[in-house]
Design a protein around this ligand. Structure first.
Ligand SMILES: C[S@@+](CC[C@H](N)C(=O)[O-])C[C@H]1O[C@@H](n2cnc3c(N)ncnc32)[C@H](O)[C@@H]1O
Length: 202
């Protein structure tokens, strides 16, 4: 039985402190995708305080989650939460910059799922670095692709930094949607989620 109350507390506490955790419908969608493919391994880029990793590990049978977090305070909190939920056997967390992380330290390769939920401006770099560690029939899930709807109306964004960021997200979206090696399904769930699969070879 999942400790629903505590998980909700974790989510609410993160929201109160402006820690960006995945929206409820987004995380439920992610879980349903993992269940559908009967995933036993998932690599997450961007753990924050461990909320999504704990949600995945407690809702998907036999799933091992490996997750990477850059920020020290969030990493320490995530370690504590993973421990509090008794999930240290199921979740491995690395304190590192996923862009410079030495992949030799990954534990559960190859993965059924790669979930990218870290710095939005770097999506393509995360994708290119970690996709070789995804199984041939595995999936890659990317969150926050609509950026609060701004991606559909870039010309009207006034803040220069926000505009740059949204342009980068759009560039990633255009790149992956037009990539000859991948099929992409977009879902207007939460803040916009893509599920990416390798195209079947003929
Ligand atoms: C949106 S939050 C992750 C939320 C988490 N997946 C959840 O739903 O509970 C993004 C996290 O990615 C981390 N991050 C940003 N750049 C990173 C990098 N290069 N490597 C690892 N983590 C990074 C941030 O510190 C932040 O905590």
């Amino acid at each position: 039985m999942v400790r629903v109350i505590e998980l909700e507390d974790l989510e609410q506490d993160a929201l109160k402190r402006n820690i960006p955790v995945m929206q409820k419908e987004g995380i439920l969608f992610l879980i349903s995708q993992l269940q559908e493919i009967q995933a036993t391994s998932c690599l997450e880029i961007g753990s924050a305080i461990g909320y999504s990793a704990i949600m995945m590990a407690t809702h998907v049978d036999r799933l091992k989650v490996e997750t990477i977090e850059l920020d020290n305070e969030r990493y320490q909190e995530a370690v504590k939460h993973i421990d509090d939920f008794g999930l240290t056997q199921q979740i491995t967390i690395h304190h590192n910059d996923a862009l410079s992380f030495d992949e030799h330290f990954l534990h559960n390769t190859p993965y059924d799922c790669l979930f990218i939920d870290a710095a939005k401006a770097q999506y393509q770099k995360f994708f290119e670095k970690y996709v070789p560690y995804v199984k041939e029939k595995g999936i890659i899930i990317v969150d926050n692709l609509d950026f609060h709807g701004m991606i559909f109306d870039i010309d009207h964004i006034k803040n220069r930094n926000t505009k740059q960021l949204v342009k980068k997200i759009k560039r990633f979206k255009d790149w992956i949607f037009n990539h000859e090696d991948y099929d992409v399904n977009y879902y207007p769930i939460g803040d916009g989620i893509c599920v990416i699969k390798r195209k079947e070879k003929e």
